[in-house]
Design a protein around this ligand. Structure first.
Ligand code: ARG
Length: 457
């Protein structure tokens, strides 16, 4: 394709290091669509004859049919998907194929194809995130009243509701979706027609190709358009943030499924057994989601470092942009699917969760709050009095509300019988009805809002 100025062909190492077809064949649909849009524009602008434009478009449809039926042939000599397609087109339609590359370069071609691919990826992730959100919201609605211990430092802190806990992840994913939407908005400008780096002297219509490919407008600077890979980094950054959220969710399921916790039974379909220990049911899917977040982060780091310090405009380093994005997208899709199944089909042991909430003095803050409200004691002092009550209960190995009134009054005479109503886990969660708090009534409000936002029912 560029043999004209060379005396000898590439070495086998050159062929191998140069070939991107093994991975960029994944862009074939986008490459065909962009080439068809370009050909139609060349025809409409009178740069090629209407006849040639039509022959090219029909030929590209035939190539697409072949790819769909039997895959993309991997010819290393042809380097990449752009050349493989153009060379097949030439076999099919003859010399007219040579007119397709008028007013464009592989540099704007690959930037266009890859943007289209990442745009589809963003849409796919958005759909998968919505499905996981729907699963979380459904389970949260079922468990608006289910009480479990809430933790800080992984130490029992205050009772919360399981519904509230699940909705925390709904919120994280809502922000992930907004990051994906931001990335999509910025990405949606067409590089096509920027040519190699400087634009082209042919009277092309960039608005026409932009519109045909669903872009909002053509890019404003040809140098930027062929060398920008922020759109891929935006995707990887959003994917990494999302993977970190999934990893935390996965970690909680792993922890909750362990025997000492016993909060959840994971679906058999997303667990594995042990080849030696017959009793084992391992949370492998969740562990792999946790693991994949590391690999996705690695993909982000790979492309970040590849792009750092590259002078304008295109350099071949940028061919390495695709593998990390493809890999991250595959891993994220699997992770989202695994966590959606996990959330939808896990069996929560609500009795065990409630029991755990009752251990560990989770309502100590409620005792302190009661002293503030009922006896007008400053919070710091109430905190101290409550600490003494916890110490006594702990020395006896009982819960706070198992202490007698006499015991409590020995610590502070202002405590009355009415305190016991505040010390149950139900009273504790019901009291936390501040906006966004864990009270079942609040959780139900948030579930209703979320269902509305997701368009459920
Ligand atoms: N396969 C190349 C890539 O993915 C296409 C662009 C090649 N351009 C060039 N000037 N060699 O980056």
């Amino acid at each position: 394709m560029w043999g004209g100025r060379f005396a000898e062909g590439p070495s086998s190492v050159m062929r191998e290091i140069n070939a991107s077809i093994p991975f960029d064949k994944a862009l074939w649909r986008q490459d065909i669509a962009a080439s068809k849009a370009h050909a139609a524009m060349l025809g409409a602008c009178g740069i090629v004859t209407a006849e040639d434009a039509l022959a090219i478009e029909r030929g590209l449809d035939t190539v697409a049919g072949e790819y769909a039926a039997s895959g993309v042939p991997e010819d290393w000599d042809l380097e990449d998907i752009h050349m493989v397609t153009e060379s097949r087109l030439a076999e099919l339609i003859g010399p007219a194929a040579g007119r397709l590359h008028t007013g464009r370069s592989r540099n704007d071609q690959v930037a266009t194809d890859f943007r289209l691919w990442v745009r589809d990826a963003l849409d796919e992730v958005d759909g998968a995130l919505a499905a996981l959100q729907a699963a979380l919201v459904t389970r949260a609605g079922e468990h608006a009243d289910s009480i479990m211990p809430g933790f800080t430092h992984l130490q029992t802190a205050q009772p919360v509701t399981l519904g509230h806990h699940l909705l925390a992840y709904y919120e994280m994913l809502r922000r992930d979706r907004s990051r994906m939407a931001d990335a999509r908005r910025r990405l949606n400008e067409s590089p096509l027609g920027s040519a190699a780096l400087a634009g082209t002297g042919f009277p092309i219509d960039r608005d026409m190709t932009a519109q045909a490919l669903g872009f909002d407008r053509p890019t404003a600077n040809s140098l930027d358009a062929v060398s920008d890979r922020d759109f891929a980094l935006d995707y990887l950054q959003a994917a990494t943030q999302c993977a970190l959220h999934l990893s935390r969710l996965a970690e909680e399921f792993i922890l909750w499924a362990s025997q000492p916790f016993g909060f959840v039974r994971l679906p058999d379909a997303l667990s594995t057994g042990s080849s030696i220990m017959p009793q084992k049911k391992n949370p492998d899917a969740a562990e792999l989601v946790r693991g994949h977040s590391g690999r996705i982060t690695g993909c982000l780091v790979a492309l970040t470092v590849t792009m750092k310090g590259l002078p304008l405009a295109y350099s071949k380093d940028m061919q390495d942009d695709k593998p990390p994005v493809f890999e991250a997208h595959g891993l994220l899709g699997l992770s989202l699917a695994a966590m959606t199944g996990m959330v939808a089909d896990a069996t929560f042991n609500t009795a065990r969760m409630r029991q755990a909430a009752e251990l560990g003095y989770a309502t100590a803050t409620d005792l302190a709050d009661w002293l503030v409200r009922q006896a007008d004691i400053p919070f710091r002092q109430a905190h101290h009095i409550t600490g003494a009550a916890v110490k006594l209960a702990e020395s006896r190995g009982v819960a706070l509300n198992a202490l007698s009134l006499a015991d409590l009054q020995a610590i502070d005479g202002r405590i009355t019988d009415a305190v016991f109503a505040a010390l149950s886990v139900e009273a504790s969660v019901a009291a936390r009805a501040s906006h966004g708090g864990t009270a079942p009534a609040e959780v139900r409000k948030r579930v209703a809002e979320a269902r509305g936002a997701l368009g459920l029912e």
